[in-house]
Design a protein around this ligand. Structure first.
Ligand code: FES
Ligand code: FES
Length: 163
């Protein structure tokens, strides 16, 4: 069956045998976007987090049929080298990653959180960013989340002054 969805701003139509295929495999294998990772496969670790209509979703456990007609954003669409998202910029500045495997999921979860809670407290972070990092980068991550919130605030402030 054919399913149409927008991925990182581009309309895509994929032909898949089973509409219950996890979105993760469509993104990685059909669309060749390898930034979204597989970890546990049971919605527990968050390595596969991406956005569907702005919400953080664990794509290993999200049937692609639910993404029909929706906007999907992966880490590749969050920002790029020339124009990193505030979360990516903060991650670079705080040198967060160790092995790096879990990091795209954490950044996507953080970007979604900042859209809802622009200045998260430590408690907000503990409650919402519940991904797993086997390298234990949690301390640097927390610093980076606060920094990302500040960078995003500055960016939005600058953009509103330019209007
Ligand atoms: S791979 Fe999806 S939550 Fe672990
Ligand atoms: S940086 Fe290695 S698992 Fe998180």
């Amino acid at each position: 069956m054919k399913i149409s969805l927008t991925v990182n701003g581009e309309l895509k139509t994929v032909d898949i045998a089973d509409e219950n295929t996890p979105l993760l495999w469509v993104v990685r294998d059909t669309l060749d976007l390898k930034g979204t990772k597989f970890g546990c496969g049971k919605a527990a670790c968050g390595a596969c987090t991406l956005h569907v209509d702005g919400e953080a979703v664990r794509s290993c456990s999200y049937p692609v049929k639910f993404a029909e007609g929706k906007e999907v954003t992966t880490i590749e669409g969050l920002g790029d080298r020339e124009n990193p998202h505030p979360v990516q910029q903060a991650w670079i500045e705080e040198i967060v990653p160790q092995c790096g495997y879990c990091q795209p999921g954490f950044m996507m979860a953080t970007a979604a959180l900042l859209n809802k809670v622009p200045k998260p407290t430590d408690e907000d972070i503990d409650k919402n960013i519940i991904n797993v990092c086997r390298c234990g980068t949690y301390y640097r991550m927390r610093k980076a989340i606060h920094k990302a919130a500040n960078l995003q605030f500055e960016k939005e402030n600058k953009e509103s002054k330019e209007l």
